[in-house]
Design a protein around this ligand. Structure first.
Ligand code: GDP
Length: 197
């Protein structure tokens, strides 16, 4: 039950993570994509993933426990212009390490603002997920910002672009709005299926 999610710990790199057992599902996205809001919406807990970015915690891997040995992992937001190159490199390394080496990682959620989908870093992230043989769920966030017709077109366009890339992985795409709750049930269903293996 997502409502039972509890903050566990923040890890500066993978050596600080709990033992590699059970199942984890990771959430990734550009900073400001709406990742914290989505985690809060999915768990129905306003303050779970701090939307008001606690400095220092933003570059960490934040873990939330749903049940024994079932965790949601909030990966640091990427694409933040103000972050020094040195930190970006360090983070990229940590991220790559996590995606490649974490055996209990069973699914990747990639969030992107539906008004600016599939930026290079987003595509990279999806490629990494596929390369690590993870099922990927793309959430097109802030769907409330678009009119119905535009929303549907965006969804179709993103699906078509991903298909054109021939990534050859298990990639789902859906609209999501934390503000309106759009797509909440659907996203929970997908992630729950991953967690139940
Ligand atoms: P993060 O950096 O990816 O964790 O993004 P946040 O969850 O902190 O959200 C970034 C900004 O987008 C904040 O100002 C949120 O209020 C806003 N936001 C997030 N989700 C939604 C949504 O579903 N609808 C709208 N309209 N705004 C949203």
């Amino acid at each position: 039950d997502f409502r039972r999610a509890k903050y566990m710990l923040s890890a500066p790199d993978i050596s600080f993570l709990p033992p590699d057992t059970g199942v984890e599902v990771a959430f990734a996205g550009r900073s400001n994509a709406g990742k914290s809001s989505a985690l809060n919406t999915m768990t129905d807990q306003r303050g779970l993933a701090k939307t008001s970015k606690t400095p220092g915690r933003t570059q960490m891997i934040n873990l939330f426990e749903l049940a024994e040995d079932r965790r949601l992992v909030d990966l640091p937001g990427y694409g933040f212009a103000q972050v020094p190159l040195e930190m970006k490199k360090k983070w990229q390394h940590a991220l790559a390490e996590y995606l490649e080496k974490r055996n209990c990682l069973k699914g990747l959620v990639v969030l992107m603002d539906c008004r600016h989908p599939l930026k290079d870093l987003d595509v990279n992230m999806i490629r990494w997920g596929v390369a690590a043989e993870l099922p990927v769920l793309v959430l097109l966030t802030k769907a409330d910002k678009l009119k119905q017709a535009v929303k549907q077109k965006t969804l179709r366009d993103v699906k078509a672009s991903l298909e054109a890339m021939e990534l050859d992985g298990d990639i789902k795409v859906q609209l999501f709005s934390s503000l309106k709750g759009t797509g909440r049930t659907e996203a929970i269903k997908t992630v729950t299926a991953w967690l139940e293996q």
